[in-house]
Design a protein around this ligand. Structure first.
Ligand SMILES: Cc1cc2nc3c(=O)[nH]c(=O)nc-3n(C[C@H](O)[C@H](O)[C@H](O)COP(=O)(O)OP(=O)(O)OC[C@H]3O[C@@H](n4cnc5c(N)ncnc54)[C@H](O)[C@@H]3O)c2cc1C
Length: 400
């Protein structure tokens, strides 16, 4: 098993293959499989591969549909929900799952989908099973599941031989259950990586650990307390389990330079985006959602990215800021503040609410936007794909 993260492997391939602007012929020998889809007219067909069917993947499917793009989501398990789909065994390579008892630590209105508030009767802090139910309702409401190819593991993403002209990618995927061998190589116009970043454990190393003969396990493997009853247990580490994102970022962060944590800055074409590779002070879902809305608009040609130099400067500024605020650690290279980061992305896609305008035209709403928390619905008040229910959702937050 290659313990490097999938994002790391993909971006390394991408880096090797596309770092220059010259015609890229990397000797790819992708065979045309019966599943392979060839896109000859990019102005008519815009096919987007989404890798991962967790919450970020679901959001990405919806955003593709909103922009008239054709999503194909590859999910290596047989269900949606990603790490919120509790898996007692957590046995699958690259599969993470919450513990049986995990309750989300962000309130329901704070982490809600921006145009799909959680039901009134749901608790403010949901148990993982409830949260999964909410994800299922979202998938059903927006009819997302038919776009997911379950039990398909993506092994490799690489640029096509004519990437420099087309910006297209080859998605090498296979049956994840290994019950049959049916590898495929599909050609797509754009890629969204939504594979999560909690899938591989990173062990701390300290003297004496090798000599300890008792059971040693990483929090990634811990699912329930049962086997530890009446045992003396030493817990090493002071972060919460979300801090385990250092799992892979310790290596990834040094190599990937992501503009606003979404776009690899060195690519010739903006046809590959990364979702959810952040460590937020706040909830990830609304951020993944804004990232997906931005990515799909860029794919569609409705937004453009700045020059490589501008992106690099922005990345350097963010790294400088992190260095001043935090001790040096992999986790902090992707640390973001909820409201400023959401606003930053929202500004890119013209849905950042104009609070001053609301204060003069709709004072109740304006005051609510200032004083009553940053719920995701505010990013559906105006701009592309605005939602008519957004104002009502904001005004009734406290009733849910
Ligand atoms: C224990 C724990 C608690 C957390 N608590 C909170 C919280 O309270 N609030 C909060 O906002 N965030 C929390 N987080 C952060 C968490 O990352 C997000 O809530 C969210 O689950 C991220 O969703 P995702 O879709 O990006 O990734 P995931 O949920 O990890 O989904 C990734 C999906 O990609 C699939 N996949 C991976 N590789 C491949 C491949 N090669 N091919 C095909 N499919 C693939 C996986 O099977 C999975 O379904 C927590 C994280 C952990 C680990």
């Amino acid at each position: 098993m290659d313990s490097r993260s999938f994002t790391q492997q993909v971006t390394e391939t991408v880096h090797e293959s596309t770092v220059s602007d010259v015609d890229t012929t990397n000797g790819s020998t992708a065979t045309r499989h019966k599943n392979q889809v060839s896109l000859t007219d990019r102005s008519v067909v815009q096919k987007v591969a989404i890798i991962g069917g967790g919450v970020s993947g679901l959001i990405a499917i919806k955003c593709c549909l909103e922009e008239g793009l054709i999503p194909v989501c590859y999910e290596m398990t047989d269900d949606i929900g990603g790490l919120w789909n509790y898996d007692a065994k957590a046995g699958m390579e690259g599969k993470a799952s919450v513990m049986k008892s995990t309750v989300i630590n962000t309130s329901k209105e704070f982490m809600a989908f921006s145009d799909f508030p959680p039901p009134k009767e749901y608790p403010n802090y949901m148990h993982n099973a409830k949260l999964l139910q909410y994800f299922r309702m979202y998938a059903e409401h927006f009819k997302l599941t038919p776009f997911i190819r379950f039990n398909r593991r993506v092994r490799l993403v690489e640029p096509t031989d004519d990437y420099s002209k087309t910006g297209q990618w080859i998605i090498h995927n296979e049956n994840a259950t290994k019950s049959e061998f049916d590898a495929a190589a599909d050609i797509v116009d754009a890629v969204i990586l939504a594979t999560g970043h909690h899938a591989f454990p990173r062990w701390a190393k300290f003297p004496g650990l090798d000599h300890f003969n008792g059971k040693k396990l990483h929090s990634w493997q811990y699912k329930t307390f049962h086997e530890f009853e009446n045992k003396t247990v030493l817990i090493v580490g002071i972060g919460n389990s979300a801090g385990d994102m250092a799992v892979e970022l310790s290596r990834v962060a040094k190599q990937i330079r992501l503009y606003k944590y979404v776009w690899p800055s060195h690519l010739t074409h903006p046809t590959l985006a990364v979702l959810g590779l952040i460590q937020p002070w706040g909830a990830i879902n609304p951020m993944s959602e804004l990232q997906a809305r931005w990515a799909t608009r860029v794919f569609k040609g409705l937004n453009s990215l700045p020059s490589k130099e501008v992106m690099e400067d922005d990345i350097d500024d963010k790294l400088d800021e992190m260095t001043k605020r935090y001790v040096s650690s992999p986790r902090h290279t992707v640390q973001v503040d909820h409201v400023p980061y959401c606003d930053e992305l929202a500004a890119e896609i013209f849905c950042k609410p104009d609070i001053w305008k609301y204060l003069t035209t709709d004072v109740k709403l304006g005051l609510k936007l200032i004083f009553d928390g940053c719920t995701p619905y505010r990013y559906r008040l105006q701009g592309p794909n605005k939602w008519n229910g957004a104002r009502e959702a904001i005004m009734t937050v406290n009733e849910r």
